[in-house]
Design a protein around this ligand. Structure first.
Ligand code: TYD
Ligand code: MG
Length: 453
């Protein structure tokens, strides 16, 4: 009997090797190589995905179809996709288990009007899906649920049903019989995804693939898929908070700057079209350690509450802890405050929290972080009618941020009376509103005299 052909795949990045390696030469992760059988078992028919004979066409002769985008029934999802779903596109929706990927997909399928949707689930039973559908509300009678994991059978059902959208939940459960490896292994995932890709491209039916990512990015499947699919969406958020963010990481048909915000409730996901309103606590009480910063989430400005607590450390080594904000950036800002602002924070514990369980990596939040820390350290509240938007440089200089007019108009709309920005914006601010002032600051000490007198 012929020996089965096996190769080793890095489970993190998908690098292939003929022998086992301790450290992946491509992603430098340790102990990620797993042996997988890739021998094709003889006698099986090839996949039934239709393969039309292709021929080269001059680029100007390709008919541009501008009507091939269709709505998904969810405005936020449409926005992240770049204005709707493109015919024949393959979209990967990744996220940690339990974040709500299945809910998002089922909800889109159930809200789509006049569209036949096939929702293939390899993870949940019909009963479970029906129960979830009850909670969400069934708005589309042509939403079909299929419990199947073999791609051969799935394609047969697709041929019989001819749906206009296919959702696969999840890609890790699919198996194709031309590969002997077990479901969820890199070679299975890759082969099943490429079958789906061939199907989408040849039929023009868009396909959603749901993929799991673990906390440390291992069992990564989706990572190796990223280059195969047209669009990669990340669904993220803290499981203990209701908010979820749908981010586009790669998009062949639109910008990756867009993002959609949802709130998980008892009836599925609710779209949030005005994020600032939920992220601000709107308390009229003046508390120290709180500052409102402006950040861009996609192309939308968003105001967000930054909370800091500075207290004298009980132990020799002070703690620095941060939720929703990069800990290293916090360390940098503390060093700047110490060196350029003259604050003695070396023996203090510093805790930082971005309200709402949202993770922000926009440097324009720096100024609000600094203001919240100093406010807590000095126990002087920042006026609740003030918000801030600027980056802080290593020498304590206050730097300009992008899209300043949009940020200013969002702040004015939400009832703030002033927004502190960098003096470098002086010439390019067009926005003005009555009763709204825009103090310009150049260095940290100017900020402190403005905020705390
Ligand atoms: P799920 O979509 O199964 O997550 P994933 O497919 O990413 O693993 O759902 C995640 C959580 O959402 C689950 O713990 C239950 C919760 N949930 C609600 O809070 N409200 C709802 O209406 C639904 C359908 C789910
Ligand atoms: Mg799921």
């Amino acid at each position: 009997m012929a020996k089965a052909k096996t190769v080793y795949y890095c489970q993190n990045c998908g690098t292939q090797s003929s022998q086992w390696l301790g450290k992946c030469p491509s992603c430098n992760q340790w102990n990620t190589f797993v042996e997988e059988v890739i021998a094709r078992s003889g006698g099986n028919d090839p996949v039934p995905a239709a393969k039309p004979v292709s021929k080269p066409v001059p680029v100007q002769d390709i008919v541009l179809d501008t009507t091939n985008r269709s709505g998904t029934g969810s405005q936020e999802l449409d926005r992240v996709l770049g204005g709707g779903l493109v015919a024949g596109s393959l979209v990967l929706v990744g996220g940690e288990p339990g974040i709500g990927k299945s809910t998002l997909m089922l909800q889109a399928a159930l809200n789509m009007q006049d569209r036949r949707v096939l929702y293939v689930s390899g993870e949940e039973s019909d009963q479970q899906i029906r129960m979830r559908a009850e909670r969400i509300g069934i708005g589309n009678p042509a939403c079909y649920i299929l419990n199947e994991t073999a791609t051969r059978n799935i394609f047969q059902h697709i041929q019989a049903l001819s749906p206009s959208l296919v959702i696969i939940d999840s890609i890790q459960t699919l198996t194709t019989d031309i590969i002997d490896a077990s479901a969820g292994s890199i070679s299975q995932i890759r082969e099943c995804a490429s079958e789906m890709q061939r199907f989408a491209k040849s039929s023009g039916v868009p396909v959603f693939l749901v993929g799991h990512i673990t906390k440390d990015g291992l069992l990564a499947g989706p990572k190796v898929l990223e280059h195969m699919v047209d669009t990669v969406l990340h669904f993220e958020g803290d499981r203990h908070y209701g908010y979820r963010i749908l981010r586009s990481v790669k998009n062949r048909f639109g910008s990756t700057a867009e993002l959609g915000i949802f709130e998980m409730g008892s009836n599925g996901l609710r779209e949030i079209s005005n994020p600032s309103e939920i992220l601000l606590s709107h308390s009229t009480e003046q508390l120290s350690g709180i500052a409102i910063g402006s950040t861009m989430e996609g192309l939308r400005p968003m105001l967000i509450e930054v909370q800091a607590l500075v207290s004298t450390s009980a132990y020799g080594t002070p703690q620095r802890s941060s939720t929703g904000f990069d800990l290293r950036r916090l360390g940098m800002l503390l060093a700047v405050l110490e060196k350029r602002g003259g604050f003695r924070l070396g023996n203090k514990d510093v805790f930082l929290n971005i309200a709402g369980g949202i993770r922000v990596d926009d440097p324009s939040l720096d100024l609000a972080v600094v203001a919240a820390i100093v406010s807590s350290a000095e126990d002087i509240p920042v006026s609740s009618k003030t918000c801030l938007a600027a980056e802080v440089g290593l020498s304590g200089e206050i730097r300009a941020v992008s899209r300043i007019d949009q940020r200013l108009s969002e702040a004015a709309k939400l009832g703030f009376e002033r927004m502190i920005v960098s003096a470098y914006h002086q010439k390019n601010i067009q926005f003005s509103a009555s009763g709204f002032t825009i103090p310009l600051v150049r260095r940290l000490d100017e900020l402190f005299s403005l905020l705390f007198g």
